[in-house]
Design a protein around this ligand. Structure first.
Ligand SMILES: [Zn+2]
Length: 224
């Protein structure tokens, strides 16, 4: 990776080390059991990012530094909750309309704009109706809805991180066991077996959302 020592570079390094750790704990498993699905592929990477982001925040030397570090975290939340959500809405509406026939470029612009306005709750000054042309993820035809896994992965790892903060010394082993089983179990079963949580209920997800909300509140407070 390109490493110039910026906070962003450190976050990327933490992210990639998460991928390396995920692979490392699965290394002795049969090859076919090491192949995990897209929805858990970013679990360890995002978890690491959260660990490093919070450690940096805890060690922030000034109010300005704290604001800058929080801004990066809030930026991430906006991407995962709104930008990616807009892509999901766009794809859902696109596929529904495509069943009835070809869709013109003008109509695609409209669909993109409507999706962004809905996902961002009309809060932006500038919109990007041509986003559908420029985003690679819409064109990977073998993997439809190749956007949603990012938000799922973010929330899943944020939920695990929230539990890790409260969990005792044995949480590390639970986390490792969960990662080891990512190639052989559905995510609902992974969570139930290793975390004792039911992903079909809202509680686990709410914990993850609450962390993002707390960061945003603090950011607004500090920048008043
Ligand atoms: Zn990644």
């Amino acid at each position: 990776m390109t490493f110039m020592g910026t906070a962003d570079n450190v976050a990327t390094l933490a992210h990639e080390l998460g991928h390396a750790f995920h692979q490392h704990v699965m290394t002795d498993l049969p090859v076919l059991a090491q192949n995990y699905a897209m929805n858990v592929a970013e679990t360890a990477s995002t978890f690491n990012e959260l660990v490093v982001a919070d450690a940096a925040l805890a060690n922030a030397a000034s109010k300005e530094e704290r604001i800058a570090l929080l801004a990066a975290k809030v930026d991430n939340s906006v991407s995962f909750f709104m930008n990616i959500h807009a892509r999901f809405i766009f794809e859902t509406n696109f596929y529904a309309q495509r069943r009835r026939g070809p869709i013109s470029a003008d109509r695609l612009n409209e669909l993109m704009l409507e999706a962004q306005k809905q996902a961002f709750c009309n809060a932006l000054d500038v919109w990007h109706p041509h986003f559908w042309c420029s985003k690679l993820h819409f064109y990977i035809t073998g993997v439809p809805f190749y956007n949603f896994p990012y938000t799922f992965g973010y929330l899943f790892s944020a939920g695990i991180y929230a539990m890790a903060k409260e969990g005792g010394a044995d949480f590390e082993q639970k986390y490792i066991n969960l990662l080891r089983d990512t190639g052989s179990m559905k995510v609902e079963d992974l969570a139930l077996r290793h975390l004792g949580v039911d992903l079909t209920k809202k509680d686990f997800w709410r914990q993850a959302v609450n962390m993002a909300v707390a960061d945003t509140r603090e950011f607004l407070q500090l920048t008043k």
